[in-house]
Design a protein around this ligand. Structure first.
Ligand code: AGP
Length: 603
């Protein structure tokens, strides 16, 4: 989704802005632009397309962009089509702004502007903000005009503004992240720390209702109650290298390769060699509460939702508790039934997903004990929950989530064993097995890379795929189908294998391959193979992922036998690889697939 970068310092702003925007490309966008304060003027260049197009335009137009103060933006269209005029920054002669989020009352503001004979030229909600600021600038200094305009906005926003007549960047945030980065001789701002990790590891995270004024030497913040406030500086230890491709063709394949490592990082610091789990520091929840827990409600979206769905069986088994797993966008508008000792878990890689975040807010307002499982440090969802267990997957840049999924699973498994232990279950054996999982995952990656490539070569021209699994493998089938459709644009449906005969079987013919995910575990295996027979009887092609040979498969991807409970960690890898190689054969933009965004910060 949209991304913001801002710079105020001694360097030429343009290079830093373009660099920062490139680091935000992974979020998904359709247009980009920059505004630089040059000598008493604001220059703006923007275009539909990618950062490279923006950079070419800057060279082509030979515009003087020398200046030490600037803002930049990548836009993911919400109001108005993706074109150059709707791209940010939006500007007048006096002020230029970039904005993430949605202004819900922009039509009301539009009318107020019309009454003052001010009309918009774009279809965006954002333009109303800049016109409002410009209107107030007639009677007041920039800082006051900015504050007055922000006071009129309803909705979610992160805004950065520069002015012709002052050497500051003004910032405002409400329900949309905005950070300030600090180095020795410059101050930065961005919607996401990954834009700035090349320049600093010191960050201030603005809070809802904050308005900040930054200069090269000073950061002044006022909070929602109009009080001056100091927000602490946090040190974030993400390396620049971890957010780069490191020799791989795409971030996605790099991140699949890192998957075992990210699980290792996530579990190793929390489990000792004797198999004891240490979650107490991150999980400041009364043991009595966990012992008497009577319901777990998990809310998430997309891949994170599938992680929750996969872990449901494990959590139920070890905690003896009802576990509901809900999709964020549905949950927040439902009337859920909570119980007395209800633990609420929000899962999110980005920690920004609007549907998950608002569900979490709803759970908090309902008085629930809330826990988040998040990858991005200090992100909204991480900070909003009563407790947060971070997945230590490192930055995940590719839009298609891979390593974050496995890390989320590992936290959920640890949690199940931890609560199980509190409830008196002996989980030593399971915890020991979990410690071995990264090694098994690493071998699986190596062993299945070539085969999945060959399968992709054979199957990449098919237009429809079905993915089937049973039990713990059903959500893995869903995740496999999601990966394929996201990056290859091939229609793929995930289904519980036994449910196929109730409808999707109508799709089966020689042109619809079915990927069946079935470890050799009874009763699941035999039942799934019976479903495979039904497919075969209709001339369907079958790709089987299993540790048991079967004559029924057209192609078999042999995996090593392992403990069934942990097989999701392993079976998901070849599914991710299959999607990757199919998209590669089709020549798609794998890391930034069309229409998708890494952080979905709108409803
Ligand atoms: C995964 O490949 C997707 N891009 C998407 O489904 C994602 O998992 C979903 O938007 C949730 O994101 P989050 O984990 O950052 O909340």
């Amino acid at each position: 989704m949209c991304g913001i970068v801002g710079y105020i310092g001694q360097e030429n702003a343009i290079n830093i802005l373009l660099n920062g925007l490139s680091a935000l490309e992974y979020r998904g966008y359709d247009s980009a632009g920059v505004s630089i304060k040059t000598d008493k003027k604001i220059e703006t260049v923007k275009t539909k397309g990618k950062i490279m197009d923006l950079a070419s335009l800057i060279i082509e137009k030979k515009i003087n962009l020398n200046g030490h103060i600037g803002i930049g933006h990548t836009r993911w269209a919400t109001h108005g089509i993706p074109n150059t005029i709707n791209a940010h920054p939006h500007f007048t002669d006096n002020v230029s702004i970039v904005h993430n989020g949605i202004i819900e009352n922009y039509r009301v503001i539009e009318n107020e502007l019309k009454e003052n004979s001010i009309t918009k030229t774009t279809e965006t909600d954002t333009e109303t903000i800049v016109l409002l600021i410009d209107m107030f600038l007639k009677d007041m200094i920039p800082q006051k005009a900015f504050k007055k305009a922000v006071g009129k906005l309803k909705g979610s926003f992160a805004i950065a503004a520069i002015f012709k007549d002052t050497d500051t960047i003004m910032l405002a945030r409400n329900e949309s992240p905005l950070v300030v980065g600090i180095s020795d001789d410059a101050v930065y701002t961005a919607s996401d720390i990954s834009a700035l990790i090349e320049y600093t590891n010191k960050f201030i995270f603005l809070e809802d209702g904050d308005i900040a004024e930054i200069t090269q030497n000073e950061i002044k913040i006022i909070d929602k109650n109009d009080k001056n406030i100091e927000r602490g500086i946090k040190i974030i230890e993400w390396s620049k290298e971890s957010a780069q491709k490191g020799g791989y063709k795409h971030f996605m394949i790099k991140e699949i390769a890192e998957e075992s490592e990210s699980v290792k990082n996530t579990i190793q610091s929390r489990i000792d060699t004797n198999g004891n789990i240490y979650l107490k520091e991150e999980l400041e929840i009364d043991e009595d509460f966990l012992n008497n827990i009577d319901r777990i409600t998990i809310v998430a979206c997309g891949t994170s939702y599938y992680a929750g769905l996969t872990a449901k069986a494990v959590l139920e088994k070890y905690t003896n508790t009802i576990v509901n797993v809900e999709i964020g966008s549905e949950f927040r508008y439902s009337s859920p039934i909570f119980s007395k000792n209800n633990l609420f878990i929000a899962i999110s890689q980005s920690g920004e997903t609007a549907d998950t975040k608002e569900s979490l807010r709803f759970a908090k307002q309902s008085g629930l004990n809330t826990l988040s499982i998040v990858n991005v440090k200090e992100s909204e969802i991480a900070r909003m929950a009563d407790n947060c267990i971070y997945t230590l997957a490192g930055p995940e840049i590719s839009v298609a989530s891979t390593k974050a999924f496995a890390s989320q699973l590992s936290v959920l498994y640890m949690l199940a064993f931890h609560i199980g232990n509190i409830k008196g279950k002996d989980v030593k054996k399971e915890v020991q097995y979990l410690l071995e999982i990264p090694h098994i995952m690493q071998n699986t990656f190596k062993q299945t890379k070539k085969t999945t490539q060959l399968l992709a070569k054979k199957y990449h021209k098919y237009k429809n795929f079905l993915y089937l699994g049973r039990g713990i493998m059903y959500p893995i089938a869903l995740e496999g189908a999601l990966k394929l459709k996201e990056i290859s644009y091939i229609h793929a449906e995930g289904y519980p294998a036994g449910e196929m005969k109730h409808g999707p079987i109508a799709l089966i013919d020689e042109n619809t391959p079915t990927v069946i995910v079935s470890p050799n575990k009874e009763p699941f295996y035999s039942k799934t193979i019976s479903n495979a027979e039904e497919i075969k009887a209709r001339n369907g092609k079958i790709i089987l992922l299993s540790d048991k040979e079967s004559q029924i498969a057209d192609d078999i991807l042999n995996l090593k036998s392992m403990d069934y409970l942990f097989s999701p960690f392993v079976y998901v890898i070849p599914l991710q690889l299959l999607a990757y190689y199919i998209a590669l054969y089709l020549g798609h933009d794998i890391d930034q697939p069309r229409n998708l965004a890494k952080s979905v910060t709108v409803e």
